[in-house]
Write a protein that binds this ligand. Structure first.
Ligand code: DOR
Length: 437
């Protein structure tokens, strides 16, 4: 496909220094070529009056279900949801069927994504107790995913004896879902027979998360191994990292762990069930402060769709997880517009800091030479999250009815308009992300 040049006119542009300027941005061959107060060029034009131009969101933790679980979501529907939500790149998790634990299963996902994805894509390789050679050699991958607590077949690596060789060998990033399996199992039997989904947060309690984060941190320090802690959910973990976070460790938080808590079980029941579970209002507050202080580095959604039918069963027969890619940016920008943080911070947490942590070249900033993964957001109007407008195949959101601002009016992927004022350009395709060593 030949890429035509694109000229974004009269936008409020977020510059890499964290300041805004009013002006034009020229995109040539899929890259940002010029930023100036006015640009004259032969190019298709977008009138960005009253819109803010931000780098596209890079969502570093999603579950897009293909292959094997396409009845919940697939790479096409998920990437349509990304385009609507301003997510121009994603990093996807290995708990598909088959599990992504070998070069062949990684290659299969890359091929599927090349055919189906409207946005850019990268994939984790999953650790099992036995696939050490794959973890060392598979390429390209953003890192190794270790499920310390959640059960996804062979992807459970929960004991120190199993974890230690993974930390000891190789250098690539290890991303951990940190929950203590043994503690969860013990508590599950204590709470057996209870069908109120609120017990989910008691079974998989703060201590279970803390135990696993402590173990991952201990091994990371022993081998000075690059560690990323996925979806940090408790005050205790944030307080631990505040006093003990080596320079090679990063952490993320989800919008739902910042904005929802155990009160959500009363309003949305099992739709609030996820792993690690929602916590208390105090956890929300401590996580926010850790994010504002730089103890937590960035935001991920953990987009984990399940059908309404699955979610309609009685706890504990309901699956954990909730969708997120098409609401994360408006949720966070709404927080910014309401004074909880700034738009510049949100952009850093959702774009630049992610590109830096995963060493994704030429992404996350609006800068000449960088890839033209860009979003134009409307920070003036509010509109609600409506079920009928959702692009995710699962067709629901825990945030339905929330009135949000910062909805993308345009999502541009490598210079191609993938989302334009409520309309998808479903023929647009993203590219495989690369990761520097
Ligand atoms: O709630 C969750 N659901 N947490 C995870 O880590 C996995 C996910 C899923 O794949 O459904």
């Amino acid at each position: 496909m030949t890429l035509s040049d694109l000229l974004i006119r009269n936008a409020r542009i977020l510059l890499p220094e964290g300041e805004f300027t009013q002006g034009d941005v020229l995109i040539q061959q899929g890259k940002i070529s010029e930023i100036a107060s006015t640009i004259e060029a032969e190019a298709a034009e977008i009138d960005a009056t009253n819109l803010t131009l931000l780098p596209g969101v890079i969502d570093p933790q999603v579950h897009f279900r293909e292959p094997g679980l396409e009845y919940k979501e697939d790479l096409f529907t998920a990437s349509c949801a990304c385009a609507r939500g301003g997510v121009t790149s994603f990093l996807e998790m290995p708990n598909t069927r088959p599990l992504t634990t070998t070069q062949a299963t990684l290659d299969d996902k890359l091929q599927r994504a090349a055919q189906k994805c409207l946005v850019n894509y990268g994939f984790f390789i999953g650790a099992t107790a036995e696939n050490s050679p794959d973890l060392l050699e598979a390429n390209p991958t953003c890192g190794i995913k270790v499920f310390m607590g959640s059960m996804h077949g062979a992807l459970l690596v929960s004991t120190e004896a199993e974890l230690e060789p993974i930390f000891a060998k190789g250098t690539r990033l290890i991303a951990v879902h940190a929950e203590d399996r043994a503690r969860i199992e013990e508590r599950r039997s204590q709470f057996s027979g209870q069908t109120n989904p609120a017990v989910h947060s008691q079974i998989q309690d703060n201590q279970a998360a803390l135990n696993a984060t402590q173990l991952a941190l201990k091994l990371s320090k022993k081998y000075q191994r690059r560690l990323h802690i996925l979806h940090l959910s408790t005050a205790e973990e944030a307080e631990l990292l505040r006093v003990d976070k080596p320079s090679w460790v990063t952490a993320e938080v989800t919008p739902q762990h910042l904005l929802l808590n155990v009160a959500a079980y009363e309003t949305i029941g099992t739709l609030a069930q996820m792993n690690p579970p929602l916590r208390t209002e105090r956890d929300n507050e401590v996580l926010w402060q850790a994010l504002l202080d730089g103890v937590i580095d960035f935001i991920a959604t953990d987009h984990a769709p399940h059908t309404l039918e699955e979610k309609g069963k009685d706890y504990p027969n309901t699956p954990s997880g909730m969708p997120g890619v098409e609401t994360s940016l408006p949720l966070m920008l709404t927080q910014a517009m309401q004074g909880q943080c700034t738009v510049v911070q949100v952009s850093n947490w959702m774009s630049a800091a992610v590109a830096k942590a995963y060493k994704i070249p030429n992404k996350g900033l609006i800068k000449p030479g960088y890839d033209a993964d860009l979003i134009l957001v409307d920070l003036e109007n509010y509109r609600p999250v409506l079920r009928e407008e959702l692009q995710t195949k699962c067709g629901w959101s825990p945030f339905e009815g929330w009135s949000l601002t910062g909805w993308p009016q345009y999502t541009i992927v490598g210079g191609q308009v993938a989302w334009e004022k409520g309309r998808l350009h479903s023929e647009v395709r993203g590219k495989a992300l690369s990761f520097e060593a």
